[in-house]
Design a protein around this ligand. Structure first.
Ligand code: UD1
Ligand code: MG
Length: 438
């Protein structure tokens, strides 16, 4: 099978310098969602039709299994698919599925059902029945059989009253497409070469036209504006939250979680409100993520507690029963079993052993303005509050650092290391007082 993804449209209503299909939904460009869907369908050839100025689109999403067809100028959806034809697999019997690069949430099962219904020699249309069909092409039927599609701008009153609409997604035998597309005309209200005109051509040839329908309207909704982008983002997140709940994850509120990547959860994981997961995050059995945390490319071991208000950045690996509390940032660091950093700390480029206590206000000074260095904290270390660890530096097993220490050399195991001026008190000292004006 071939898949042609139409992505040459300008997207004026986004009011953005970024091409429309590169706007992210769940942290991933709209077009990347559609490409992922095409891959899941096992397409032999995936061709993206992109527009002038869309080099940025091609550069940011190119992959060995994609081919790219430029459409310049953009003369309509039929003209767009025509540009892809020379690049499709040279198997005339293979069907070609047409998807839109700005319609990100179509389910694979919906497309598979369309492909199965059409087989190798029918034209398959994905249609939907809408209460408000405005703006869409309408499916015209005579005695129940589809005869053609009429665009809103070309429709008469009776046709406008039809509530069955063309979602735009269709599948056609490739050989038939190659025959039909060059014959399309543009004598219509928009002066465009309409892909939808192939329906009447199929009917004229006696080719069967079949229709299937998506389960949900959002599957075929496109993004033309920031409003629609935000609405589909909510749909995506709601669906994902429901999948997590079905797997047994406890969510304090399924409408207040955002997953922009892959979230893998063990048993009995619970996630409080307003947490954001980016990249690939793995939460072990019994992990609790409290409110308002951001976790990106991180692994959290079984029984650990994260948050509230914690940030785990890429390369964080927490062992079992680790506690990372409020206003703690961890980056590119491992923290082994039963260690705790409960308040106000920055742990960057560090290797922390087991049963370590990282006091409030502890900072690994990992960066000298040019280079990054590691901090190593061995098992059973106690780090007093407000300590700076100037990397590279190692704190030996069982060592204690006194509060307020600025550690610039390794701390030996089992000893107390402290670097601060001795405390003095000055008898008779008077606090300055303001002079009173008369
Ligand atoms: C199209 C359909 C309409 C359907 C609607 C569903 C036609 C003639 N009409 O209308 O029946 O109800 O989609 O949303 O097909 N594109 C290109 N090159 C072009 C024109 C469009 O790549 O020259 C791409 C756009 O980027 C977009 C898609 O094709 O992804 C659809 O284009 P759009 O202009 O939104 O189509 P409509 O006029 O809304
Ligand atoms: Mg149009």
């Amino acid at each position: 099978m071939n898949v042609v993804i139409l992505a040459a449209g300008k997207g004026k209503r986004m009011h953005s310098d970024l091409p429309k299909v590169l706007h992210p939904l769940a942290g991933k460009p709209l077009l990347a969602h559609v490409i992922a869907t095409a891959r899941q369908l096992g397409a032999a050839r995936i061709c993206v039709v992109y527009g002038h100025g869309g080099e940025q689109v091609r550069e940011s999403l190119d992959a060995p299994d994609l081919v790219w067809a430029i459409q310049e100028p953009q003369l309509g959806t039929g003209h767009a698919v025509l540009q892809a034809m020379p690049l499709l697999a040279a198997v005339p019997s293979a069907p070609t599925l047409v998807l839109y690069g700005d319609v990100p949430l179509t389910r694979v099962a919906t497309l598979q059902a369309l492909i199965d219904a059409a087989g190798d020699d029918a034209l398959g249309l994905l249609t939907a029945h809408l209460d408000n069909p405005r703006g869409y092409g309408r499916i015209v039927r005579v005695d129940g059989a589809v005869t053609r599609i009429v665009e809103e701008k070309d429709a008469d009153d009776a046709e406008r009253a039809i509530r069955e609409i063309n979602t735009g997604i269709l599948v056609a035998p490739s050989a038939a497409l190659a025959r039909w597309l060059p014959t399309l005309g543009n004598r219509n209200a928009q002066g465009e070469y309409y892909l939808t005109d192939i329906v009447a051509l199929a009917v004229a040839e006696g080719l069967p036209v079949v229709t299937t329908h998506p389960d949900a309207d959002w599957e075929t909704e496109g993004v033309n504006s920031k409003l629609q982008l935000a609405q589909l983002e909510r749909v995506f997140q709601q669906n994902l939250a429901e999948r997590l709940l079905e797997q047994g994850v406890t969510l304090a509120d399924p409408s207040r979680i955002d997953v922009r990547g892959e979230l893998v959860c063990g048993r009995d994981v619970s996630i409080d409100v307003n947490c954001v997961f980016e990249g690939r995050v793995v939460l072990g059995d019994g992990v609790r993520v409290k409110a308002n945390c951001v976790l990106e490319d991180a692994v959290v071991g079984a029984g650990s507690i994260v948050g509230p208000f914690a940030r785990l950045r890429p390369g964080t690996e927490l062992g079992r029963e680790v506690h990372v509390g409020n206003f703690v940032e961890v980056k590119n660091s491992s923290i082994a079993d039963q260690s705790k950093a409960n308040h106000l700390a920055y742990v960057g480029d560090a290797t922390i052993g087991s049963r370590v206590n990282v006091g409030a206000g502890t900072i690994t000074c990992n960066y000298d303005g040019a280079n990054k260095f590691r901090t190593v904290i061995e098992d059973d270390v106690f780090i007093g509050s407000d300590t700076q660890l100037v990397a590279p530096v190692t704190v030996g097993r069982g060592a204690t650092l006194g509060a307020g220490t600025t550690l610039t050399r390794d701390a030996p195991p089992e000893q107390l290391t402290v670097s601060r001026a001795r405390q003095v008190s000055i008898p008779g000292w008077k606090r300055p007082v303001k002079k009173k004006k008369d």
